[in-house]
Design a protein around this ligand. Structure first.
Ligand SMILES: NC(=O)c1ccc[n+]([C@@H]2O[C@H](COP(=O)([O-])OP(=O)(O)OC[C@H]3O[C@@H](n4cnc5c(N)ncnc54)[C@H](OP(=O)(O)O)[C@@H]3O)[C@@H](O)[C@H]2O)c1
Length: 241
């Protein structure tokens, strides 16, 4: 099995990398820091893990990185468009438009560049899952750019499904996952001002916020069902399955 995962240096992307490697897959990853498994391990996983460091916010660097990491790949079974940034939880009118521009480059446009490359290089791809969020539907106060970017990725996936008829595409909200992204939300956000964050604080350390390995295992187990039972181009929240 051949897999491409963006943002596999930490959190859910790292969990997915571990779980796919356990299944015997070849995993190709893109992130700025690189996947820590690449340096920590010196076993069979090392061969199965291809890693390219790239800032996905620098859109011109994405295609060269893709070409490097995909140099010996002729098809992909699964692509997980996972890399994402949260930005600061704050009022929209206080958010710098240049910060929003950066957030959109990473969360939305980098995925467009990757999808375009897959189409232009005629790479056969079986299944693409873009990691979205319930935030993209809820639009709670404070989640401004992040919420907008996740709504945009849902629409982007819908549009590309029309243009990639041989591939199954889905935007997938993984529910709450205990990752570094949650550390900021649960420790540094004023829940008095942003009450929607209280639910996350309450969930941390409980079964309602599994760790990234568990969330990755859940997504991997769901992949066949997501493909068979959900129309390409749709949005699925794991909490509603
Ligand atoms: N945690 C949750 O509860 C939750 C809930 C819903 C959705 N999500 C989504 O799940 C995905 C993974 O998030 P996470 O919670 O695992 O957060 P995380 O631990 O912060 O991981 C984010 C990943 O994205 C990569 N990334 C960020 N900016 C990048 C850039 N400019 N270039 C390349 N890679 C970049 C990071 O790699 P580098 O820093 O090494 O570049 C890292 O590997 C995100 O799309 C997030 O929106 C998370």
């Amino acid at each position: 099995m051949n897999v491409l995962i963006t943002g596999n240096s930490s959190g859910l992307g790292l969990g997915l990398t571990e779980v796919f490697l356990e299944q015997g897959a070849i995993v190709r990853g893109l992130s700025r820091r690189g996947c820590p498994l690449k340096t920590e391990r010196r076993d069979s996983h090392d061969e199965a893990l291809r890693d390219q460091r790239v800032d996905l916010g620098d859109l011109n660097k994405i295609v060269p990185a893709l070409e490097a990491v995909m140099s010996d790949a002729h098809r992909l079974d699964v692509v997980i468009l996972n890399a994402g940034v949260l930005g600061k939880i704050q009022a929209m009118h206080q958010t710098d438009v240049h910060d929003l521009e950066h957030l959109y480059r990473v969360n939305v446009w980098a995925n467009k560049v990757i999808l375009d490359w897959l189409i232009e290089s005629a790479m056969p791809v079986d299944q693409i899952v873009a990691i979205s969020s319930g935030a993209g539907i809820n639009m709670h106060y404070g989640w401004g750019g992040y919420a907008m970017s996740k709504a945009s990725i849902n629409h982007l996936i819908h549009l590309y499904a029309e243009e990639m008829p041989q591939t199954h595409l889905l935007a997938y909200a993984p529910g709450l996952v205990d990752t570094p992204m949650q550390d900021y939300l649960c420790h540094d956000v004023d829940t008095g001002e942003f009450p929607s964050v209280q639910k996350l604080v309450d969930a941390k350390g409980t079964e309602h916020m599994p760790d990234s390995h568990e969330a990755a295992r859940q997504l991997l187990a769901l992949l066949p069902d997501l493909k068979a039972n959900h129309p390409s181009g749709g949005f699925v929240d794991v909490r509603h399955l």
